[in-house]
Design a protein around this ligand. Sequence first.
Ligand code: KE4
Length: 431
Amino acid sequence: MLECSKSRSAFARACRVIPGGVNSPARAFGAVGGEPLFIQRGEGQFLVDIDGNRLIDYVGSWGPHILGHGHSSVTTAIQQALARGTSFGAPTEAETELAEMIAEAVPSVEKVRMVNSGTEATMSAVRLARGFTGRDVIIKFAGCYHGHVDSLLVEAGSGALTHGVPSSPGVPQGCTADTLSLRFNDAGQLADTLRSRGDEIAAVILEPVVGNMGCVPPQPGFLEACRELCTQHGALLIFDEVMTGFRVAYGGAQSRYGVTPDLTTLGKIVGGGLPVGAYGGRADVMDSISPVGPVYQAGTLSGNPLATASGLATLRTLKESNPYDALEVATTRLVQGLSKAAMNADIPHQMTQVGSMFTLFFNPEPVVNYDVSSRNDTARFAKYFQGMLERGIYLPCSQFEANFVSACHTPADVDNTIAAAAEVFATLVDR
Ligand code: KE4
């Protein structure tokens, strides 16, 4: 067992003043048992908790740390920005540089607006789509999570799925009356829905590679069908690339799969670990946003100098070092090793991987949508999670999340992770 007495007392103290002791439910260990570890620092591919446990980290702050914790170019850039001030409430050239880098990297983006979270990005993109088209209805897909936007908390994934509230109390019926939730990877259902209600549909929003019901890739032709059907019916196609942006490729999933949406939302990596979200796309659509157009969106700290410096340094490092091939090789070796270990233990499982994100599903069926993912053996996942944690491997604390490999993970880390999994799988076998 890990020594975690300091984390336990820290958690008890936190619970007295923070709901559930955490500032985001995804961090709670509710679905896996036990209590969250309190972190003292991050170093490359490692987290060190307040009890001194040094853990190989496959969460990476839920995606931002593709370069690993504390990359020197990022920390130096933040320190230099800090010396000039934390926030001005006025434009800076660094914001333009970051916008130019995003526009250069992401095929759909001609113009982009910075915000402070992925939730703000998706909320703003949906409002923009409704304002631009004059239509109200939004199509999403069950199991996709787009942040805690009222109108999108319908059959949502990630923490909503983990904690069993995919459609949250507190969201008035009026907020979700114009949200349709369909099956991911079901182009036929999307076609039927657009055929019958196409002139009401403002946008179709999806994670092009779902990370929030576990990692679920698009089946061949699905993204292309979304593109064609949206064009056919005058709806905007929104790719929520908060997780996949700069993760599965420098240009995101849209560059990897060759399908260009009308709008893209970003977050996580684009802030390098500081609070940043962004939404961008076609200039004619983006110019509907205030102050150019009538669709209102604003933010005191949007384009914040520290967060912008962090994001710029991250994207510059990614562009210069191009770690994507190496990340793919390392992740593939890990995924193959984990799957081999699970097969050797006769554990029914599925492995999915896109670039440096992956999920090991405790499920005998290929996980292609929420219906299947909702049948994951979450009890077995909880035992796997705890067994790996005891062996120094820090995984996402939910079966409905993706794991992330960073540019700092070494072949030895991969070997150690596979070895730990082989030991844990041996304890999971039905006796
Ligand atoms: P944030 O508001 O948490 O920055 O972004 C919301 C969001 C939007 N779109 C996608 C595809 C996302 O994955 C997210 C947030 N992801 C979760 C983890 N799967 C964040 C972790 C958390 O909620 O604490």
